[in-house]
Design a protein around this ligand. Structure first.
Ligand code: SDX
Length: 423
């Protein structure tokens, strides 16, 4: 059944074809208006598709999240992060031979140029690690100029492998610099996640061996954070890429966007919120404050999910595995009670506000002794796989053009400059 939108004004009547649930915005230009050809006004791109993508599917009402058609719960239960990165990038799950080769390819590119270490070292110890990470990622294109050859498939793949491989090194060194500890170099005997944990936490012992339950929980968290279709930071990556930029420059913009407290910074904000509440006895007053607009319930709400974020469900389960090793985070009790009260309150129910990926993840990270300012870094590391897949899809999409939205101009027009003495 072909669908169409009929638009009729005094001047024209138009039947606009509806394909994939959308109309082509440029078709609207055929409708003249007093302000010029008809356009759409959509702050925050609340209802605008910016691209075609086959990477991640979300049904926000049903709480469905799939990577290349695989439900997130199945991938979290059965895959590794690098296996999922392969799926996001190449469209299919690897077989055992392909995965072994992929693991080896990524894990032999984990070292960074020593000058990048100097860039991280140049920051104050208390600089936010997301700032260090953003600088480290953006600097990479100067060490790997082949990255600027975005039309060369081999250069594209090589630099995607490099970025995914080196992100944990940059992240771990950003952390080590803040605590004044020596930098631990990648250890090729360790897998992707265990090597990251070793670079973060290794001290006197020769090789840091995490508890297998912690290692698996981090692997699951990485899988859950790997991609999420056209979120704010992915949109930033695609926007910068649309100007013809390499992956590192584009991913640097993604790190910047993810740093925002309304986006990836929310996991850090959740812990601050739970600490501010301090006790289950104070939840009622806090919720009233939220309803009066005095605060946001961080870790709640989502642009797409108008039901429970499927990732939050899985993370809540991972809490149990990690707390069996570390002991229960005392803030968990407040979080669980806060969720219960909010989900029973008309304000949140009416606005379809549910826990999102950030509501419980910070509790795990804190239990693993990460400082709150590292939480968003732990989001950026796995999201690099998704940014890379989305960057690759964007730069090879013949429909894509440099992103340059319109505006509604509300300022003055055609004024004459009055000489300064007469102003
Ligand atoms: C991530 O897009 C992605 O996919 C992102 C992400 C990913 O994987 O990349 O999933 C990761 O960013 C998760 C979201 C993390 N952010 C937070 O937890 C911060 C708290 N959440 C909100 O700031 C908010 O819910 C957003 C930003 C996530 C979504 O905002 P929207 O879609 O723009 O919704 P909105 O601001 O228009 O809110 C609709 C209504 C408003 O009330 P009214 O004006 O209608 O009265 O709901 C209210 C809002 O005030 N509201 C909240 C709320 N979130 C929305 N009220 C209290 N607490 C909240 N958290």
């Amino acid at each position: 059944m072909s669908e169409a939108l009929k638009i009729s004004t005094e001047q024209v009547t138009l039947d606009l074809p509806i394909t994939d649930g959308t109309i082509k915005a440029t078709d609207l230009k055929a409708v003249p208006t007093s302000a010029g050809p008809l356009a759409t006004y959509d702050p925050g791109l609340m209802n605008t598709a910016s691209c075609r993508s086959s990477i991640t599917y979300i049904d926000g009402d049903a709480g469905i999240l799939e990577y290349r058609g695989y439900p997130i719960a199945e991938l979290a239960a059965n895959a590794t992060h690098l296996e999922v990165a392969y799926l996001l990038l190449f469209g299919e799950l690897p077989n055992a031979t392909q995965l072994a080769a992929w693991d080896k390819e990524v894990n032999t590119h984990r070292f960074v140029h020593e000058n990048v270490r100097g860039i991280i070292q140049s920051f104050r110890y208390d600089a936010h690690p997301m700032a260090k990470l953003m600088s480290g990622v953006a600097s990479m294109q100067t060490f790997y100029p082949s990255a600027r050859r975005i039309d060369d498939p081999d250069a594209r793949r090589m630099n995607i492998v490099r970025l995914i491989a080196k992100m944990p090194t940059l992240a771990a060194w950003s952390y080590r610099q803040s605590i004044g500890r020596h930098y631990v170099y990648p250890n090729d005997e360790l897998g992707y996640v265990d090597n990251f944990l070793a670079m973060l936490f290794q001290s006197q012992q020769r090789v840091y061996r995490p508890d297998p339950r912690v290692s698996r929980a981090m692997e699951v968290l990485f899988i859950l954070h790997a991609d999420h279709e056209q979120n704010c930071s992915t949109n930033a990556v695609r926007a910068v890429a649309s100007a013809g930029n390499d992956l590192y420059t584009s991913a640097g913009a993604g790190v910047g966007a993810l740093y925002g407290p309304a986006h990836g910074g929310a996991n850090e904000a959740v812990l601050a919120m739970l600490r501010e509440i301090g006790s289950v006895d104070n939840i009622g007053a806090f919720i009233e404050g939220v309803k009066n607009g005095k605060a946001r319930l961080m870790g709640f709400g989502h642009r797409v999910y108008k039901s429970y974020d499927p990732r939050a469900t899985i993370i809540k389960k991972s809490c149990d595995d990690v707390f069996a090793v570390t002991g229960v985070n005392p803030l968990l009790r407040i979080a669980i009670e806060l969720e219960k009260v909010a989900l029973g309150d008309e304000y949140f129910v009416k606005r379809r506000l549910y826990p999102n990926v950030d509501f419980y993840s910070g509790l795990i990270y804190e239990a693993l002794r990460f400082p709150p300012e590292m939480f968003t870094v732990l989001f950026a590391v796995p999201r690099t796989a998704g940014w890379s897949a989305q960057w690759l899809e964007g730069v090879t999409d013949p429909e894509q053009k440099i992103m340059r939205p319109k505006q509604i101009y509300t300022g003055h027009r055609a004024r004459s400059v009055v000489p300064i003495d007469a102003r």
